[in-house]
Design a protein around this ligand. Structure first.
Ligand SMILES: NC(=O)c1ccc[n+]([C@@H]2O[C@H](COP(=O)([O-])OP(=O)(O)OC[C@H]3O[C@@H](n4cnc5c(N)ncnc54)[C@H](OP(=O)(O)O)[C@@H]3O)[C@@H](O)[C@H]2O)c1
Length: 323
């Protein structure tokens, strides 16, 4: 696979096929992520050559992810592509709030830049459309931030094709960020073709299905109330069991190729048509170092066919919870 940086649409920004998703570093997916571990995870990624770091205003109630990135970069900000998002924040009581009003977006970006210790984001996404206002208003705010030099490229996340159309009519769109993995491939129907037709890069999240496809989860695992994964259908009841059966079907494929399971999954995801960059989350330097090797996992046609069969035998997965 060509591992050279790929351009984000018509923008001046380019990213490699793998990026570090910095949501888990906020400590909201699971407990036990110390600021030191978060910092070390970011530093390990940059040391390992992962130069695309993805975060958001709402990754942590107090911007914990952005703060970890600043600490982990230790003066190496100019070596990385920093992607941030605005438009979702937390209200007291851990209530997630989507607010895409221009004043709110501008304020969030200024706060993010201060927390990250930089004067610009390389890529700024609208995290999700605000259903209470026309998307053009949010797009106009991001266009203003692009013009002001606070962002070098603009992206849209969690949008339908109709929303991407309306957004891109108001603001140059370089990238789209959506969930995608072996079992959640909804973007292939309409969004991915739209991005290809319109020269918009596709950056994908949840390649490891929030850790499930990494192959370390045991049957009967109960997620604590503070681990947000307990809310998703894929981690519950029969769905969880069927997903673990799928993971078991992948193990011999990885073993034959002498790859770790997460590497097989990431390599497959990165090689799918139209995928520009794959964001994997990690909670330790060890996970980063393991995943940074993923593209060395050399898929052959036998492996691709076996994966296709395993996906077909798994069948459709239950719908995802909103953002
Ligand atoms: N635009 C959006 O709305 C949106 C939404 C979600 C995510 N994102 C972005 O996409 C990124 C990726 O998504 P994600 O982090 O939620 O999910 P993910 O990449 O599918 O899964 C990440 C989790 O997998 C586990 N893991 C990773 N490498 C592993 C390894 N080598 N061995 C064993 N376990 C491993 C870790 O979980 P444990 O160690 O806890 O088991 C880690 O937190 C996010 O970090 C964020 O930047 C964006």
């Amino acid at each position: 696979m060509n591992t050279q940086p790929r351009p984000l649409g018509n923008s001046p920004v380019a990213v490699g096929p793998l990026g570090l998703g910095c949501w888990p570093l906020a400590g909201m997916t699971r407990e036990g992520i110390t600021p030191e571990a978060a910092l070390a995870t970011v530093a390990a990624a940059v040391d390992a050559g992962i130069m695309h770091l993805d975060t958001a205003y709402c990754y942590g109630e107090q911007g914990e992810s952005e703060r970890a990135i600043r600490a982990g970069l230790r003066g190496r900000r100019d070596r990385v592509i920093l992607a941030g998002k605005c438009g979702i924040h937390w209200e007291p009581g851990r209530t997630q709030c989507v607010d895409g009003r221009p004043t709110r977006l501008r304020r969030e970006v200024d706060e993010s830049l201060a927390r990250l210790g930089t004067d610009r984001l390389d890529l700024l996404y609208l995290h999700a459309p605000d259903p209470t206002i026309p998307i053009e208003e949010s797009a106009g705010a991001l266009r203003g931030l692009l013009k002001a030099g606070k962002a070098r490229a603009i992206g849209g996340s969690n949008m339908t094709v109709a929303q991407l159309e309306r957004f891109s009519a108001e603001c140059p769109l370089a990238a789209c960020q959506m969930p995608y993995n072996m079992l959640q491939r909804g973007i292939e129907d309409a969004i991915l073709p739209w991005c290809r037709r319109n020269q918009v890069a596709m950056v994908v999240y949840w390649p490891l299905m929030k850790g499930l496809l990494a192959g370390r989860m045991h049957r009967g695992r109960v997620f604590s109330a503070s681990d947000s994964r307990h809310k998703y259908p894929m981690f519950n009841g029969a769905e969880f069991e069927r997903n673990l059966d799928f993971v078991d079907a992948l193990r011999p494929i990885a073993a034959r190729l002498q790859c770790d399971l997460p590497d097989l999954v990431l390599a497959w995801t990165a090689e799918q048509d139209g995928i520009t960059s794959v964001l994997f989350g990690a909670t330790s330097p060890d996970q980063v170092l393991a995943n940074a090797q993923a593209l060395a996992c050399d898929l052959d046609d036998e492996a691709r066919a076996a994966i296709r069969l395993a996906i077909a035998e798994r069948g459709p997965v239950a719908g995802r919870r909103a953002v």
